[in-house]
Design a protein around this ligand. Sequence first.
Ligand SMILES: Cc1cc2nc3c(=O)[nH]c(=O)nc-3n(C[C@H](O)[C@H](O)[C@H](O)COP(=O)(O)OP(=O)(O)OC[C@H]3O[C@@H](n4cnc5c(N)ncnc54)[C@H](O)[C@@H]3O)c2cc1C
Length: 394
Amino acid sequence: MRQSFDYQTGYDVVVCGGGMAGVAAALAAARHGRKTCLLEKTVFPGGLATAGNVLIYLPLSDRRGRQVTFGLAEELLKASIAYGPGEVHVINDYAQGHQSVFNPASFILALDELLLAAGVEVWFDSLVCGVQTARGTITGVAVENKSGRGLVKGKTFVDATGDADLAFRAGAPCAVQENFMTIWAAGASPALDKAIRDRLGFALPVSSFDLDIDAAKTKIAALDAVAEVELRVAAGGVFEVAVTERRPALIWRQGEELELIDGAGRRVAMVLNRADRPDLPVIAGIGAGKAAPEALQIIAATGPLLPRMRGLVRMGERRWDLVLDRNQRILLPADNPVRALERLLALDKAEDLLKRDILTVDLRNAQRPTLRLAPHALKALRRAQGIETAESDL
Ligand SMILES: Cc1cc2nc3c(=O)[nH]c(=O)nc-3n(C[C@H](O)[C@H](O)[C@H](O)COP(=O)(O)OP(=O)(O)OC[C@H]3O[C@@H](n4cnc5c(N)ncnc54)[C@H](O)[C@@H]3O)c2cc1C
């Protein structure tokens, strides 16, 4: 520390930093009859609470209506609203919640009055910029202000700078960490964004001292909709969660449940109603999810039938039935279902086959496709051929 000073003075207690902690410390010391000064680099008291517009005085209660913090904290809470709300909308539920929303300007006035009344010598616009030590103990602090550089000696020093400036300058081990002010879930849809925040479950701001990045990554990666995740700390205290989101490609109906799955059959999320995702085709049946890639190929090959398609049903975990409106079913073979479907489409184009009263088109045997007619169509056909039908045939 520079050894020449423009002036020198001394106190019993030297409080460095005039935020809420510093004000409380200075009031306590002065009220106990100690000659006390408060050194503050800005031009008013309150620190983050006033200069930082952090204008919610968090509750002194246990949130069940029981006050658990008293003394100076309560006195300062009352001071925060002593001069009214000003232009700030006030939720003054002090009586029940033991908290306040205050106007920083009004609070500054009240803090000033308390400090003066207690006899604290307040030095505004005075930056603590060095410490003097003897035998491992702080004996004085260097202050820079309009009067030049001064040495303020003391018997006791309170480091209320919010950043441990005194401790740092005295050579105590200090660590620097980010404070995460916000989370940015890059690449996430609004639904996944919400799920990520819920899963992380921490209240911001959070210090990186308290954040286990690996554990956070594991939590997010466990979300169904997340294909890949990377976490990093970006500029300005942004905790960036970069996700690659699984895109739903199909709805898989399993009994009453509707599950969104991606093109590889991996679960993305649940949906309550089919109408929530009219853009996605429906598949059903045991093992349908595992065969999702094949289902997508078949759907892509439906061409002109697509508007009539109701869904695909996995049969015996080995092949698909393509279900159309009017209860028509196309029974596809286990091997080469797309080729079989393409052949049918060519036939349909030439013969308008599927417009007829056909219940099923069975393509399982490539050599011998079979049609099953609707009962009344079968009856009409037989009548035309002069064949009498028994009721049981219908
Ligand atoms: C984004 C955010 C939101 C928050 N929200 C709330 C909330 O809603 N409600 C709530 O109750 N709490 C809230 N908090 C917490 C609350 O603001 C802090 O706990 C509180 O302000 C800490 O008070 P302090 O006096 O320790 O520090 P600070 O308020 O940081 O005060 C430190 C003081 O020291 C001065 N100083 C620093 N270095 C020097 C130096 N070298 N020389 C001279 N002076 C110096 C600074 O100018 C400042 O006035 C929030 C905090 C953050 C960051």
